[in-house]
Design a protein. Structure first.
Length: 106
């Protein structure tokens, strides 16, 4: 899971790509949490290139969301990959991770 960071329009943008399973979640947990400590009130995640996610990856996304709230930071999602959208829908977590419906989906 390559993790890249950049600054876009004055806020931090993190892009996660590849697999986001228990192995990568364990490896990148501290790094992702450290990103929250950086200055700025908005953290944006681009998850469009995540090819695979399991519940450990999802738990890390939930942890990031909780910690961002504790630090009074906003967290928004630039986009989700189909793998993440499927996980969100399967677990009925659309209220936590709002996703726009894909064309052809109701």
């Amino acid at each position: 899971m390559p993790l890249t960071q950049s600054t876009q329009e004055g806020h931090l943008l993190l892009q996660i790509s590849g697999s986001f399973t228990i192995f990568q979640a364990r490896q990148y947990k501290d790094q992702l949490l450290q990103q929250l400590a950086l200055p700025g009130d908005l953290l944006e995640l681009d998850l469009s290139a995540v090819e695979e996610i399991d519940t450990a990856g999802l738990q890390l996304l939930l942890l990031l969301r909780r910690e961002a709230g504790a630090l009074h930071k906003r967290m928004q999602y630039k986009s989700f990959s189909p793998a993440i959208e499927n996980m969100i829908e399967m677990l009925q977590l659309q209220h936590i991770f709002p996703i726009a419906p894909l064309p052809g989906r109701s």
